[in-house]
Design a protein around this ligand. Structure first.
Ligand code: ATR
Length: 270
């Protein structure tokens, strides 16, 4: 019996249980994936109980991707580099933190536009500088010929992230909005636009280049205000659900050693 779960707040609308139940079904093993909506003060008690109860592992989402770290025994290289964790596995009584956000985003993008990184320098804009933004930025940082521009409400956080990148730059949200035609790939990683704040939108897309890919990592709702506006400009729209599916597949692989099939992953995008 595999015991899995998700911690965060709020998480009532999470799709992760549905995805992992499908992965478990395909693998043909019994298991549960539970939601744990915790307050900050409950993180310590939760991790202690997880160890005692012998959970297989759990995911971590907003707002605990950084806050969970002091409660873990070890981090893998990527999670350490990002200082953010979205996947935890219990191994020999120790809680080990991983981060599959960046890999998940990269795999979603590769499936969506396999040749995106083949030619010339790509200008990327990441909106936000939280845990998810970090994971994505560091994964994209491995690709040659990319310039990664970060725009965040709190500019100090944007500078902290840009310093970790080979070719990272910081702009204010207003500057990024004004220079939008420069970007080939725009990635919205803030929580503005997520249920219940569906009217939130950090950057307007009036100046977007029609050949650009515009993506939002929010998947509830699928069509955020940001993506609706993007589609009015005829750009390529990459949905948040795609990243969720591929990061979930990578987490599942870490926990169980089994990768869900591409056929199943494709079918879950609907
Ligand atoms: P996660 O770790 O899941 O990315 P997080 O660390 O809380 O979550 O990051 C949330 C991101 O959304 C941050 O970039 C945050 O901006 P700040 O660094 O300025 O807090 C951004 N964010 C959330 N609500 C926002 C809003 N209403 N307007 C602009 N940015 C917002």
């Amino acid at each position: 019996m595999y015991r899995l779960g998700l911690i965060g707040n709020p998480i009532k609308h999470s799709k992760s249980p549905e995805l992992h139940e499908q992965f478990l079904k395909e693998l043909g093993v019994k298991g549960v994936y539970k939601l744990y909506e915790l307050t900050h003060d409950e993180l310590g008690a939760f991790t202690e109980r997880a160890k005692q109860d012998g959970i297989l592992g759990f995911n971590v989402t907003v707002p605990y991707k950084e806050a969970i770290i002091p409660h873990l025994d070890r981090l893998d290289f990527f999670a350490k580099e990002m200082n953010a964790v979205n996947t935890v596995k219990l191994m020999n009584g120790e809680l080990v933190g991983y981060n599959t956000d960046g890999i998940g985003y990269m795999e979603a993008l590769r499936q969506f536009k396999p040749d995106f990184f083949d030619h010339t320098n790509k200008e990327i804009l990441i909106i936000g500088a939280g845990g998810a933004a970090k994971g994505i930025a560091l994964a994209l940082n491995e690709i040659e010929n990319t310039t990664i521009n970060i725009a965040n409400r709190t500019e100090d956080r944007a500078f902290e992230l840009a310093r970790k990148l080979k070719n990272g730059h910081v702009y204010s949200l207003a500057e990024a909005e004004r220079h939008l035609e420069a970007y080939d790939l725009i990635i919205q990683t803030t929580t503005a636009g997520m249920q219940p704040n569906i009217d939130g939108q950090v950057i307007r897309l009036d100046r977007v280049k029609p050949t650009a890919i515009v993506s939002d990592i929010i998947y509830q709702p699928k069509w955020t205000k940001f993506l609706k506006q993007a589609s009015e400009h005829g750009v390529h729209v990459l949905f948040g659900i795609d990243m969720l599916i591929y990061q979930a597949a990578k987490s599942f692989e870490i926990w169980t050693g089994h990768r869900p099939t591409e056929k199943l992953l494709e079918s879950l995008k609907e």
